[in-house]
Ligand binder design. Sequence first.
Ligand SMILES: NC(=O)c1ccc[n+]([C@@H]2O[C@H](COP(=O)([O-])OP(=O)(O)OC[C@H]3O[C@@H](n4cnc5c(N)ncnc54)[C@H](O)[C@@H]3O)[C@@H](O)[C@H]2O)c1
Ligand SMILES: [Zn+2]
Length: 365
Amino acid sequence: MPITNITEELQIQSGQGAYPARFHESVAAVVAQLAGSAKAAVIVDANVDALYASSLAPLKSAFPYRTVPALETEKTLAGVERTLQFLQDHKANKETRLIAIGGGIIQDIATFSSHLYYRCIPFVFVPTTLLSMADSCIGAKCGINFGQFKNQLGVFQSPESVEICEAFLGTLSDTDIASGYGEIVKLALTGSAELYSRVERAVTLGGFRNPELTDLIAASLAVKKEVIEADEYERDLRRILNYGHTFGHALEAITGHAVPHGIAVAWGMDLANFISCRRGKLARAEFERMHRFLARYFAMPMDRPVTAAALIEASRRDKKNVRGKLTMALLERPGRLVIDYVDYDSALEASVTEFLELNHAFFGN
Ligand SMILES: NC(=O)c1ccc[n+]([C@@H]2O[C@H](COP(=O)([O-])OP(=O)(O)OC[C@H]3O[C@@H](n4cnc5c(N)ncnc54)[C@H](O)[C@@H]3O)[C@@H](O)[C@H]2O)c1
Ligand SMILES: [Zn+2]
């Protein structure tokens, strides 16, 4: 896929209507634009509210305003009900624009709530984490947790617009920055060898908070835009965006979500690449180059060892599996992903075991 030119604004085509993702210089500029809404209700990540209280004050004084804890326990039917109750308490109607400010958790709560309230009210998303700026903010998907299952309930609901301001990242933790980069690397490898090399170079020269970050966010969104526009409802092509997620989700599950999503995805890509290499799809030298980068920048101390048996068992619960086989997006080379169906057999177990033996250092166990 070619690198699409970076623009001031990306227009995302969707069956529910096109919507823009715009880039802003300052938090004040985003707030000034949104404060001009005719009728709105605002939900804000509680940590963001505390950190940006004075910048967000114009929204707080103009509209009903609710802070929401960014917790997985809030991304549930009960949490959605609290947001719906807030809308009802403030007599929100179909003209009310729900403004959601926060990361992926707030996005999922807002998407689900706006879809349900009066069968859909417009919502605007202001992403404040790197993961939500570079990846989840477009694509219209959401997932909320139900019982023991993460992201089991969901809808597709496009936002009215996405307003991106990188200035929010100044207060984001280094771990959450790394998590966002997991998805940036995934989208770079989905896009092209050039884009992957560009990400690798920018990070190697300048660390995660490098001067190219805005461009990398825009380039990631441009790759995702091409995929979701071709397959909005994940019938076929969009499944490649699950690259790194099969074993990434398994790792998240068996560590009780101690590993942030994007970091688990980075690790999951490394394992997927290893399996791809073992299956003769990816050249060993390519695997090793990406492995050096992933292991260096996404290493994370973990308190318990991970076993192949536990990972494979957790991967069996992946909702993407068909006919008892593991559905994996495998890399053939940077810029070329294919969907493959992998048997649960001794070859898979041997690959995962070997990968774990080679990679003690990756997660410090
Ligand atoms: N809908 C989708 O397409 C999609 C895609 C990927 C992930 N997700 C979901 O998103 C969630 C993860 O989202 P996330 O990684 O964006 O983070 P998050 O929403 O879980 O937030 C992470 C932490 O960062 C804090 N935070 C947010 N913005 C901040 C800022 N600017 N400064 C300081 N702290 C800030 C939050 O309060 C929280 O403590 C998961 O629930 C995941 O399932 C959804
Ligand atoms: Zn993801």
